[in-house]
Design a protein around this ligand. Structure first.
Ligand code: MN
Length: 199
């Protein structure tokens, strides 16, 4: 089985000035593509069959013998998902269906944004901050390195990449500015709400 790199949903320059074309070019073309290349080598070595990427993530999670497979599979999935969470002209407030759940589970939009930002800033080192469905409830979680909510039985709705490679060229050490730029300008809330409908 050989997996291919999904196309970006927009041009590399589409997220500028919030995320530069150079960052997208390197992040997608080197990091995301690099994880995919590693994953394909590992799948080839292991003679792995036709398991989906999601099944590979779920089955390899927590298995120390397959940590390389897990890390590369999850990083491929996480990055594809991250690109699908962003769009030029995003940000603002979520559609009504999602807003109602945010009100119910997370105390309303302002409290939600504050908690998402806090979790993103509180994650020490590399990782990801997520909005997930945990059972029927919305939750914000942050994960280390490649870790992914699928392995925890949760449904991912939104992710922001917290690895330095996601923001260093544009924001250097200022993770907060990157997070605020994404939340304010780039999150595709319609896509997030659609996942809620199909999840
Ligand atoms: Mn990344």
């Amino acid at each position: 089985m050989t997996l291919s790199l999904p196309a970006l949903p927009w041009e590399e320059s589409a997220l500028a000035p919030h995320i530069s074309a150079r960052t997208v070019n390197i992040h997608y073309g080197k990091h995301h593509a690099g994880y995919l290349k590693n994953l394909n080598s590992l799948l080839k070595e292991s003679g792995q069959g036709d398991e989906s990427l999601e099944d590979i993530i779920r089955s390899a999670a927590g298995d120390p013998e397959r940590s390389g497979l897990f890390n590369n599979a999850a990083q491929v999935w996480n990055h594809t998902f991250y690109w699908q969470c962003l769009k030029p002209g995003g940000g603002g407030t979520p559609p009504e269906t999602l807003s109602r759940l945010i009100e119910r589970d997370l105390g309303g939009h302002e409290a939600f944004i504050a908690a998402l930002t806090k979790a993103a800033l509180g994650r020490f080192g590399s990782g990801w901050v997520w909005l997930v469905l945990d059972g029927a409830a919305l939750r914000i979680i942050d994960t280390a390195n490649a870790d992914n909510p699928l392995a925890l039985g949760m449904t991912p709705l939104l992710v922001i990449d917290l690895w330095e490679h996601a923001y260093y060229l544009d924001y250097q050490n200022r993770r907060k500015d990157y997070i605020e730029a994404i939340i304010g300008n780039l999150i595709d809330w319609d896509a997030v709400a659609e996942r809620l409908a199909s999840g």
